[in-house]
Ligand binder design. Sequence first.
Ligand code: ZN
Length: 211
Amino acid sequence: MIDVISIFTPEYKSKTYMVVDKDSKSTIIIDPTIFSVTEISNFLLNNNISLDYVIPTHGHFDHIEGISKLQELYGFDVLANSECCEAFLNPKKNYSAFFQNKNVRISLPNIIIDEDIYNLKWNNTEIQIIKTPGHSPCSVCIVFNNLFLFSGDTILQEYSPFSKFPDGDAELLKTSIKRVFSIFPPSTLVYPGHGVEFHLGLINLKFKFLK
Ligand SMILES: [Zn+2]
């Protein structure tokens, strides 16, 4: 039985997610902000749950900043593709240098994935990590059991597709969004990097280029 717990960070209006496997008492964290770490730690401690993986949806600082603090507290694997590595190491590439001079630096992921679609078996759960570049070069969508999709900043309900960062690419983003809609059914529940969750089929009219 999989549970999704969302943690809101008002400073960035962003979401951190804990995917909890109640049977194995383990969790995967997606996009930890520094502000989410206390709530994560309390949850793990109070429920006797272990942390297996952290998987960021991309390398922007508001999606990776909490990784270092979590690494001080727990042992776990960080999965990301090689396009993310520069953003992990360089505050100008993860844009933290331009946000209150935060200068976020994260050590390199210990599992670097380069497959277009990377399959991960986690207890009884099938996870797919799908490359969806455009918002950033290393953006991915993470799908659990073909039911829950963590879209990062690739597909958002409350915001338009955003590719205006220097390393963003509007055409690639369109292609990636089309790809997600072509693979997954309208009933897929999407947990975005910012805003509330929604069913994929509810927002297809938002993207004119899908027709
Ligand atoms: Zn972003």
